[in-house]
Write a protein that binds this ligand. Structure first.
Ligand code: ADP
Ligand code: ZN
Length: 714
């Protein structure tokens, strides 16, 4: 009998429900129809072709552009007990012919292949001679010159549909605007395919932007707030990656850098160590991350601003693929923006492309400078309408407070004017605060009218306001003149005509930090403490298993699965298989080890603690059912055997299947009941008189059991 798609989801993946759209897409493909799927990274695209592949007769051919990606997906499929392989240039001839034999014998459900391989001599003919049930084109934006990752071989893929017009095709991508989308379908020869677009929102990713000052210190604090959690820091230059990594290592953070200038073997070592959870933090250029499926990246920081929103979204999208809460942080300074613009201006691009690029940088700036919910800005970029604030970005959490800063602006602008527009930020701040240093005396700046006019503000405060003034066009900056401030039309309107200036009230770093901490509930409940402690033990076990088997920890179980497990604290096969992400194969391989770890953990919890969230009778019953003796259960649970007897008696009374007669011999039963009859003691009465009348020969729990049996026998 064939399984329903829900049963396949449960059996192979251990998931209890489909995400929005997955179910519709699977049905559509099973009808034999063509489809295009647009979902964000981590949205769950893979299941949309993997589940039909499992439910259809023949082989599903998956076209995938990256060797690393193929390897990861096939590894994950195999871990779930699904027959899948890949062919690409990395295989030996022997490996390849073994896989080809399996294909011919119908032993595989999925075959991953790179377009390059597909179009080598004679390969295509061989592939279409197989019993193919479905074509899946992963990362299908590679087919379009409009997309950001064009691959020439992808344009030849239309031969697939030509060769086998009745085999359905599903194209998947995380990035495609309308033009690209149409182009993809045309190029693949499926112009009428139904397009499924899921929301691009990733509500589990928090969004935040901080001014680009003290970046390293802020990052160090950030990592301290994310103990043992893996993350990526993106930098613009190779030099940056090295210096940031070094600064983190100095304070004992397990960080490594990664950039295209490193030897290939060094790069792949670093990447593998990160995937294996052996490195906590990667400091990388954008060369890192493409084709990495690691689902437990818990945070992403941008040390500098990316060049456009697509790249930014894709990069932060590498966090939280498992759906668990993850954090993102972007550093932003006006200087970063100008660096970006400069890179475009000096590039080889044709003029109209430069214009497009500048417009894209401007959209990134809007995000960075946003004073409304940042998620609204992101999603509107992807043409998605949002009607409510997200509550999970820094603007939503701490709305900016604006005030009339005209006087502040006038003081600064006047000082700039009086010094001949040739001073940069730190000198300006010194003048405003009336500092007495040599350079000031040298230039006689202490004689100008605004000297010391801004004493009431701290240096950091001034830096923040000057940055804001620059960002909002109140003045200009000349990077080719040692970053000297320049006055513009707006500056003069403020100075001469009293035009108003609004700025956002400065909040010192410590204050922001305190606010952030206030947002984190200080006192975790006992239940949460126990859950976290168990999660930690399960994580360690996962790492051991992963190392033993030489697979990444997240392939053993995702963080989401460990978290659900730590919450549910399963004690039996049935219970652990109810944890999200524990399918049949995973249970067979790791189920017992994790159950044992949970039990061992529970032993360490103080007696009678309700904080585990486990019903104590239920726990005893589970162990009883597994065949443990009363003494063994007591040992395991760190409880007195008498307590275990009382649990079992209660369970028996409640109608559970407990062989209570095993705890008492026939002779004992008769003796106790004989005395009970004489003294007229029944179940529920105090047993002390009976205990004493029989000279303490039988323990209380035995007397209770006898009375209980007698009652039941009635
Ligand atoms: P994409 O290819 O769109 O980036 P994946 O297919 O890799 O995303 O899915 C991301 C993560 O979500 C994976 O860990 C996957 O197992 C998980 N996932 C997918 N569908 C579900 C579901 N219905 N329930 C729970 N987890 C799911
Ligand atoms: Zn928001």
């Amino acid at each position: 009998m064939s399984l329903t798609k829900e049963q396949v989801l449960k059996q192979y993946y251990g998931y209890n429900a489909f995400r929005p759209l997955q179910s519709d897409i699977i049905d559509w493909v099973l009808y034999g129809q063509d489809a295009m799927v647009l979902m964000p990274t981590g949205g769950g695209k893979s299941l949309c072709f993997q589940i039909p592949a499992l439910m259809m007769q023949g082989l599903t051919l998956v076209i995938s552009p990256l060797i690393a990606l193929m390897h990861d997906q096939v590894q994950a499929l195999k871990a779930n007990g699904i027959a899948a392989e890949y062919v690409n240039s990395s295989l030996t001839t022997q490996e390849q012919s073994s896989i080809e034999r399996q294909c011919r014998n119908g032993e595989l459900k999925l075959l991953y292949i790179s377009p390059e391989k597909l179009f080598t001599q004679g390969y295509l003919e061989w592939v279409v001679s197989l019993n193919i049930s479905l074509f899946a084109i992963d990362e299908s934006h590679c087919v379009s010159t409009w997309g950001h990752d064009f691959r020439p071989e992808y344009t030849k893929l239309n031969v697939l549909k030509k060769a086998l017009p009745n085999v359905p095709m599903i194209a998947l991508t995380a990035t495609a605007d309308k033009v690209t989308r149409k182009d993809i379908l045309a190029q693949l020869g499926i112009p009428d395919a139904k397009v499924f677009i899921s929301s691009f929102d990733r509500p589990n990713l928090s969004l935040a932007v901080q001014a680009g000052r003290n970046r390293v210190k802020i990052i160090q604090n950030f990592i301290a707030e994310h103990p043992r959690q893996c993350g990526i820091i993106y930098c613009l230059s190779r030099k940056n990656t090295e210096s940031v990594a070094e600064a983190l290592q100095k304070v004992g953070i397990n960080a490594k850098c990664y950039h295209a200038g490193m030897p290939a073997n060094e790069r792949s070592t670093v990447q593998n160590q990160f995937i294996q959870d052996d490195i906590q933090v990667i400091v990388a250029t954008i060369a890192f991350g493409m084709g990495i499926d690691k689902s437990n990246v818990r945070w992403v920081i941008h040390y500098s601003m990316p060049s456009n929103v697509e790249s930014f979204y894709q990069e932060i999208g590498r966090a939280g693929r498992d759906g668990l809460k993850s954090d993102t942080l972007l550093f932003y300074s006006y200087n970063d923006l100008l660096v970006r613009k400069d890179m475009i201006a000096t590039s080889e691009l044709p003029a109209e492309m430069k214009e497009v690029q500048v417009a894209k940088v401007e959209r990134m700036k809007q995000y960075a400078e946003a004073e409304i919910c940042r998620r609204r800005i992101l999603l509107s970029y992807f043409n998605e309408e949002v009607t409510t604030d997200c509550g999970n970005c820094d603007v939503c959490k701490n709305p900016p407070i604006r005030f009339d800063a005209t006087l502040i602006a006038q003081k600064a602008l006047s000082a700039i004017a009086r010094t001949g527009e040739n001073i940069a930020m730190s000198m300006l701040i010194d003048i405003l605060r009336g500092a007495n240093n040599r350079r000031i005396i040298e230039h006689k700046y202490h004689e100008i009218k605004t000297f010391g006019a801004g004493k009431e503000l701290k240096a950091d405060e001034w830096a923040d306001y000057l940055q804001q003034m620059l960002n909002s066009g109140v003045m200009d900056i000349a990077y080719d003149e040692a970053h000297a401030y320049k006055l513009n039309k707006a500056s003069w309107a403020i100075l001469k005509e009293g035009r108003k200036v609004q700025l956002v009230r400065y909040r010192p770093f410590e204050e922001k930090q305190a606010e952030r901490e206030a947002n984190i509930p200080k006192e975790k409940s006992k239940k949460e403490v126990i859950k976290d402690a168990l999660f930690e033990r399960l994580r360690v076990l996962r790492k051991q298993i992963a190392d033993d088997r030489n697979i990444p920890p997240f392939v053993v179980f995702s963080d989401a699965t460990l978290s659900d497990m730590a919450q549910k604290k399963p004690l039996t096969q049935l219970e652990i298989m109810n944890v999200s992400g524990v399918g049949e194969q995973k249970y067979r391989q790791y189920g017992e080890a994790f159950l044992l770890e949970i039990r061992n953990f529970l032993k360490t919890i103080p007696k009678g603690s309700h904080a585990t969230g486990i019903d104590t009778h239920h726990y005893t019953f589970q162990l009883y059912k597994e065949g443990f003796s009363v003494e063994e259960i007591a040992e395991q649970r760190n409880l007195n055997p008498v307590t275990i007897f009382s649990h079992l008696a209660k369970l028996y009374e409640d109608g559970e299947n407990i062989d209570i007669s095993a705890f008492i011999t026939q002779a004992e039963y008769e003796q106790i009941m004989g005395a009970a009859k004489v003294m007229n003691v029944k179940k529920g009465d105090p047993v002390k008189p009976l205990f004493e009348a029989m000279d303490a020969k039988y323990e209380y729990h035995k007397i209770r059991i006898a009375l209980l049996m007698a009652e039941k026998a009635k």
